[in-house]
Design a protein around this ligand. Structure first.
Ligand SMILES: Cc1cc2nc3c(=O)[nH]c(=O)nc-3n(C[C@H](O)[C@H](O)[C@H](O)COP(=O)(O)O)c2cc1C
Length: 175
């Protein structure tokens, strides 16, 4: 961890968002710009996004298409971002993931945190957001400021305060 840039070293995915914090327009713009400038195969930029701010119509339509257990914490985020990619090429999901990774680092630079989800009602999202044909919803990114973990239901509080861990580097290296 010591060698990492602080933007990565201090990144983590909270569930406890501050339910009073709003996402300023310029921060929203910076997050989307970070995704826009991500690299992609052939510079195809297959990613598309729908951004909802808490309590607006897009936010509500994204929220209802998340699993109910996740709605409990996602509803407190300042914004929910639906991330989709143009279907038809196996590499497009990879490109989208990279764009979201860039957005995640930009969020840290703005003092924000994100938590991603990919367990979505895809058909519900496509219908509720009137997505163009050929666009595949892939993930939702909850964005916000850190809130009080004690405001979470007990089961989520336990997960929130668990130690984070990773496989040792040696397990990742194949040779
Ligand atoms: C593609 C993707 C899907 C995820 N889906 C969920 C999810 O459905 N529910 C959830 O609570 N967290 C979800 N997460 C968050 C991960 O559980 C979390 O990133 C992982 O446990 C590592 O923790 P950290 O981000 O704090 O390092 C998802 C993360 C990613 C990248």
């Amino acid at each position: 961890m010591a060698d990492l840039t602080p933007l990565l070293a201090f990144r983590w995915s909270p569930r406890a968002f501050d339910p009073t914090a709003e996402l300023p327009r310029e921060d929203a713009r910076a997050l989307l710009e970070a995704a826009r400038w991500a690299p992609s195969a052939g510079n195809r930029q297959p990613w598309r996004f729908a951004l909802g701010h808490r309590d607006d119509e897009i936010f509500k339509r994204i929220l209802v298409n998340l699993p109910e257990p996740d709605q409990r914490w996602a509803q407190r985020a300042s914004a929910l971002l639906l991330c989709a990619y143009r279907a038809g090429h196996a590499g497009h999901a990879y490109d989208l993931g990279q764009a979201v990774a860039h957005l995640t680092v930009q969020a840290m630079a703005l003092g924000l945190h994100v938590r991603q989800l990919h367990d979505l009602d895809h058909a519900g999202l496509a219908a509720d957001l009137d997505l163009p044909a050929g666009l595949r919803p892939h993930a939702v990114v909850a964005v916000g400021q850190l809130g009080d973990p004690l405001s979470l239901p007990a089961d989520l509080l336990r997960s929130e305060t668990d130690l984070r861990h990773r496989l040792p580097l040696a397990d990742l290296l194949l040779s």
